[in-house]
Design a protein around this ligand. Structure first.
Ligand SMILES: [Zn+2]
Length: 228
């Protein structure tokens, strides 16, 4: 079910409640009628205004590039296959679908090559060494800072975290702004954390948010761990 269908279902359910409320009122059940009607109207008003707030919180001017669309995405045997719009090559991910950063509560970024993914949990104790980053939302693109001073602080915060990270497995640097790239021609195939909440995990990536895997404190540069 896509977002529009879900929204329509919510409105339809609220409308049905409102109608039942009105009918109940005329059938001699005034208390039930008032409860249902007021509940339905309150829901519609609240839901509509929260939608407006969400819309307003989306970045008006995305400083990165336009949304990236791969040629196609298919799912076969628990794997996700992204076909590059430029070269037609397939990049295969060992995941059944694109993970949602908000639902999994994971921050993510790609290497400069765009061929590796780093994930972390914003609530990881090691994040406390980076002022503000422990409260940095995993769905950062939904909450862009509005004021210039906040934007500068935002960038400073992100750079401090990036500089504390060792290079990616292929020697390139991790950066928040990096998109995911086709493994054949390096054309972008999925957006950075500022463009999408969905992320892809390349083979050999660093996942510090998984139980039993490497911890963020173990992955950070030794001097950062010593300071934390
Ligand atoms: Zn390609």
């Amino acid at each position: 079910m896509n977002r529009r269908t879900f929204r329509l279902c919510c409105y339809a359910a609220a409308t049905i409640c409102l109608l039942i409320g009105i009918i109940s009122f005329f059938l001699g059940r005034p208390h039930l009628g008032v409860d249902l009607s007021v509940g339905a109207v309150t829901f519609i008003i609240t839901y509509a205004s929260s939608r407006r707030r969400r819309k307003n919180s989306m970045p008006a001017e995305n400083p990165i590039v336009k949304k990236i669309e791969p040629a196609s995405v298919t799912k076969i045997d628990g794997k996700l296959i992204v076909k590059c719009a430029k070269c037609g090559g397939d990049t295969v991910f060992d995941q059944p679908y694109a993970y949602h950063a908000g639902f999994s509560d994971s921050g993510f970024m790609y290497s400069d090559s765009g061929h590796f993914t780093l994930t972390w949990n914003p609530n990881d104790p090691a994040m406390k060494a980076f002022k503000g980053m422990d409260a940095y939302p995993s769905v950062a693109h939904c909450f862009p800072p509005k004021e210039k001073s906040e934007q500068e602080l935002d960038i400073k915060m992100r750079r401090s975290f990036e500089h504390a990270l060792p290079p990616a497995p292929d020697g390139t640097r991790w950066r928040f702004e990096n998109p995911a790239r086709c493994i054949h021609c390096s054309e972008p195939i999925a957006g950075s954390m500022f463009q999408t909440v969905y992320y892809l995990v390349y083979p050999g990536s660093i996942s510090t948010d998984l139980t039993g895997g490497i911890k963020l404190s173990e992955y950070l540069k030794p001097e950062m761990t010593a300071n934390s």
